[in-house]
Ligand binder design. Structure first.
Ligand SMILES: [Zn+2]
Length: 95
């Protein structure tokens, strides 16, 4: 899955309507926060099986979950991990 295909997918009307259905199913609440007894509005629809790993499940409602951005970052620690570490180090040094 290359970047162009990925962008095409996220821009597609099919994905947009599928995303809406998932949010509606989950009452527009983060399904991971609910497990911790927190009610957080969901702003992201997360692929349980990553889109890149299994594009055939990209529109499978069972593979989609409404989450908030902070939970989503936990689900994808590979995103911006390096930057965060560096930031934390410099902060620690300042203290
Ligand atoms: Zn959450």
């Amino acid at each position: 899955m290359n970047k162009t295909n990925r962008k095409k997918f996220y821009d597609s009307q099919t994905w947009k309507s599928c995303r809406k259905l998932v949010l509606k199913r989950d009452n527009y609440l983060c399904q991971l926060s609910i497990k911790q007894n927190k009610l957080t509005p969901a702003d992201i629809v997360h692929h349980i099986e990553h889109f890149e790993d299994n594009p055939s499940r990209a529109l499978d409602m069972d593979n989609l979950l409404s989450v908030c951005s902070s939970c989503h970052n936990k689900e994808h620690p590979e995103k911006g991990r390096k930057k965060d570490k560096r930031r934390m180090k410099s902060r620690r040094m300042m203290i």
